[in-house]
Design a protein around this ligand. Structure first.
Ligand code: GAL
Ligand code: CA
Length: 337
């Protein structure tokens, strides 16, 4: 055979191998092995908490596999772009995925996506970015796995409340019995931004603590954006910030860096997620506390849901309102870090 021909057949062979893995176009009707094909669409791959969910998902899927059951996971990065993510969903459906796990870019855009899944009869599990209930209710095979955003906010407020009540002499820098605070917020209109922001502060005011908001702004879950915002605020308020709430840990860690860069003591700062760096920071006495957002739990719950649906054991599912699987948040401070 001429070399050119050989190369051609070799490439063809490679192509076939690629197509046979993941959600492939050609193995739709392959009944020989029991393979579950999961298509995962992410709002971005560049997010600490989301990466941790995906690592857990791949690990647990691998542990679940056996001779009779294979699990293929195909991951698509939406790169913050809803239009791009819709194309990726189309691709995953065309490639024959049995299940979709969607971390939707724009949570108000879920209805179109659910209609696509419904038309193809592929169950769709949203996670972490919660669609509005009217959308989820469009189809009985649309689900949401996550934690209740307002509970995260309440627990964050609880951490600050306890610290303030026990050590007001340390945290009330100007001795006016009022908490001067700043709020680093996630993406606008994300449920975790809106509700964590609201309920963290409400927990304090409900307990008769007087608060004064010095400043708040979106830092979009990003550490570097949080460093910039906090540095501006430090200049503006001359070391009078007593508490910094951050809607997540990456931003809380950014705030800590800003105080250290400014040569100041780190005030009372709280985050959400309990990512590894946050736990380290708590142990180093920098971050005061965080609220654990259960990355493992999200991955494990999605996989269990998929397995139940795959085995047609829907009766066993403890779905709330027919669509929801809720995971609890948990307070983490130096006491249990
Ligand atoms: C939140 C989490 C953030 C970020 C965001 C993405 O639940 O606390 O760190 O990952 O989800 O949707
Ligand atoms: Ca004060």
């Amino acid at each position: 055979m001429k070399q050119k021909m050989k190369n051609f057949y070799f490439l063809l062979f490679l192509e076939m191998l690629i197509l046979l893995s993941g959600c492939s176009l050609y193995n739709n009707n392959d009944k020989s092995a029991n393979t579950i094909r999961i298509g995962v669409a992410l709002y971005t791959q560049d997010d600490t908490f989301i990466s941790s969910i995906i690592q857990n998902l791949e690990k647990i899927a691998h542990q679940t596999e056996n001779e009779d059951l294979k699990i293929n996971i195909t991951i698509m990065d939406g790169k913050f772009n809803q239009t791009k993510q819709m194309e990726q969903i189309d691709q995953l459906i065309r490639r024959g995925c049995n299940f979709l796990c969607v971390n939707i870019v724009d949570r108000t855009a879920a209805s179109v996506l659910i209609d696509k899944a419904k038309e193809a009869d592929i169950p769709v599990i949203f996670f972490n970015r919660q669609p509005v209930s009217e959308d989820i209710e469009r189809w009985e095979k649309a689900y949401y796995v996550g934690s209740k955003a307002e509970e995260g906010g309440k627990l964050q407020g609880q951490i600050v409340l306890d610290a303030w009540l026990n050590n007001k002499n340390i945290y009330d820098k100007n001795n006016d019995n009022i908490i001067q605070y700043v709020m680093l917020e996630g993406e606008p209109s994300h449920q975790d931004t809106l509700l964590r922001t609201e309920y963290s502060v409400k927990t304090l005011t409900d307990n008769d603590i007087v608060v004064e908001k010095l400043a708040s702004d979106n830092a979009n879950w990003s550490k570097s954006q949080a460093v910039n915002k906090t540095s501006e605020w430090i200049k503006q308020f001359n070391n009078s910030i007593e508490v910094a709430f951050a809607n997540n840990d990456d931003m809380a860690l950014g705030a800590i860096d800003a105080f250290i860069d400014a040569g100041l003591d780190v005030p009372l700062i709280v985050g959400v997620d309990a990512i590894d760096d946050a736990i380290k920071s708590i142990k180093n006495g920098k971050l005061y506390g965080t609220v654990k957002n259960d990355a493992y739990g999200v991955a494990d719950t999605m996989l269990n849901l998929i397995l139940s649906l795959y085995n047609d054991e829907k009766i066993d599912l403890k779905l709330k309102d027919g669509h929801y699987l809720w995971l609890p948040y948990e307070i983490i401070t130096i006491k249990n870090a």
